[in-house]
Design a protein around this ligand. Structure first.
Ligand code: ADP
Ligand code: MG
Ligand code: ZN
Length: 471
């Protein structure tokens, strides 16, 4: 029997506001333990939460960029559970009435576009972190760091529209790029700013009804999500083929072992007893606020890819790499603006030097000059690469280095004419041989001219001059 996978993803993205969602504490990463806390986020009795306006704006902008319907009225709810990193014993989230519903994100797969539905986007606060210390004299200890308590999160839930791990990976990357483009999330997966839970089930090809799903947690890179999905799909198929059933459960991805392991079954799932938080008013969003926010939305990755292709004539693959980062795409456009030439060459260079571009150590002028000098035949491809490396190590301008290093090619026709005449005069036997039909001797002449010019002649032009004079 042939099976297909059904995948739905839940993404938790940290909103890049400076303060927390319900108090004025800083959200900065790396503060000393409990350095970013106050009575509100540590859940002291009698305190009151106050909603962060920026966090709402970031969520609405995300909703607009993913074509969701922004809800004019949404409600914060208490999700009750006890855990030592959650001093209030409830998390403030949104439940029945989230801030946004029903959107979509388009991904590129197999040379086409596929639309992945977004079920909902809601806002919530993060919980703290437990630090498990080594053994003390008698007992083992766990320490609570509440800096993350009340850090603003947005949860983006997809429809079960993906069918392969690659589609899951493509959706996550696209969503990640959208959030980073919007500037609402820094996208740092290692610091936990962009986290994903993956729901996956299998069903026989042709069957309409979904199978029982497992929810995978603990994946901190796109590649890990794809690998965890591949493993889990194989595991579920093997179970069914062995005549067993897939049970609904939460499983943890163990990246070192490359396997998913059961964490808790459905029967052990919490009943969170959600109810509207009486300390917070419903969130009311009016049309004028939405329109104000809509005006702040920049060009999104898919639009940028299409425009770069149309405007500069570069292939979708290259446009996709450039648009994977707003900074890289801006850099490309700045370079192509300084020197028009063939934008495909400029795109290649930007992609080749991507790390330096993103680190901010290269200027668009450097790439523009490198491309221009090469296209005009002033320098060779090898010299261009060497010069960019020198720009990076010395910080000097490209053309100053070019002249200082004497890396310009000889492209001046009259100078080349003289060189070629000299070589031809010195090799009469070979000249006769060439004219008698041994055209392979052309490379001999090119070699001689290159040697005579100490490598500075432009090889393409040397060939042209030779052919003209010999023919
Ligand atoms: P929960 O609150 O338990 O996480 P949700 O209804 O919010 O449940 O669904 C979570 C995610 O699971 C969604 O992204 C949804 O698309 C996905 N999902 C639901 N059913 C299935 C299924 N049978 N197979 C794969 N994914 C599924
Ligand atoms: Mg879930
Ligand atoms: Zn606080």
């Amino acid at each position: 029997m042939e099976f297909e996978a059904v995948i739905g993803l839940e993404v938790h993205a940290q909103l890049s506001t400076r303060s927390k969602i319900f108090c004025a504490c800083s959200t900065a990463f790396g503060a000393p333990p409990n350095g970013n806390t106050c009575p509100v986020c540590t859940g002291m009795p009698g305190v009151l939460p106050v909603l962060n306006r920026k966090a709402v704006e970031f969520t609405i902008r995300t909703a607009l960029a993913t074509s969701c319907a922004v809800q004019r009225r949404s409600v914060f709810a208490r999700k009750n559970y006890f855990y030592p990193d959650l001093p209030k014993a409830y998390q403030i989230s949104q439940y029945e009435l989230p801030v946004a519903l029903g959107g979509h994100v388009d991904i590129e797969v197999d040379g086409g576009t596929k639309r992945i539905g977004i079920t909902r986007i809601h806002m919530e606060e993060d919980a703290g972190k437990l630090v498990h210390e080594g053994e003390f004299a008698e007992a083992q200890a766990s320490l609570a760091d509440l800096n993350r308590c009340s850090v603003p999160l947005m949860e983006i839930v997809s429809e079960p529209d993906m069918r392969t791990p690659e589609e899951g990976g493509a959706y996550l990357r696209r969503l990640h790029d959208i959030l980073v483009y919007l500037g609402v999330c820094d996208g740092n997966m290692e610091e936990g700013s962009f986290r994903c839970d993956a729901n996956v089930s299998i069903r026989p090809v042709g069957q309409e009804a979904f199978g029982t799903r497992a929810e995978l947690k603990n994946m901190n890179s796109f590649r890990n999500v794809e690998k965890a999905l591949e493993y889990e799909i194989r595991r579920q198929v093997e179970r069914i083929e062995d005549g067993e059933k897939v049970v609904q459960e939460t499983r943890l991805w163990d990246a070192n072992a490359g396997v998913t392991v059961s964490m808790r079954r459905k029967e052990e799932a919490h009943d969170y007893r959600y109810f509207p938080d009486p300390d917070l008013l419903p969130l009311i969003v009016d049309d004028s606020w939405i329109e104000e926010l809509r005006a702040t939305i920049p060009e999104m990755p898919a639009e940028k890819i299409a425009r770069l292709g149309a405007q500069y004539g570069i292939p979708p693959y290259d446009a996709g790499i450039l648009a994977s980062s707003r900074a890289l795409a801006d850099f490309f456009e700045a370079s192509a603006g300084i020197y028009g030439g063939n934008p495909k060459t400029t795109a290649n260079e930007c992609i080749h030097w991507k790390d330096a571009v993103l680190a901010g150590t290269l200027s668009p002028e450097t790439i523009a000059h490198a491309v221009e000098d090469r296209e005009r035949g002033t320098i060779s491809a090898t010299a261009s690469k060497k010069l960019v490396e020198l720009v990076l190590s010395t910080g000097k301008p490209f053309r100053a280095l070019r002249d200082e290093q004497g890396l310009t090619q000889l492209s001046d026709t009259s100078a080349l004419d003289l060189l070629v005449d000299k070589i031809l005069a010195a090799s009469p036997k070979e000249v006769d041989g060439y004219r008698a039909g041994k055209v392979g001797l052309l490379s001999f002449f090119v070699g001689q001219v290159m040697k005579e010019s100490r490598g500075k002649a432009n090889p393409k032009m040397v060939q042209e001059v030779l052919k003209r004079k010999l023919g």
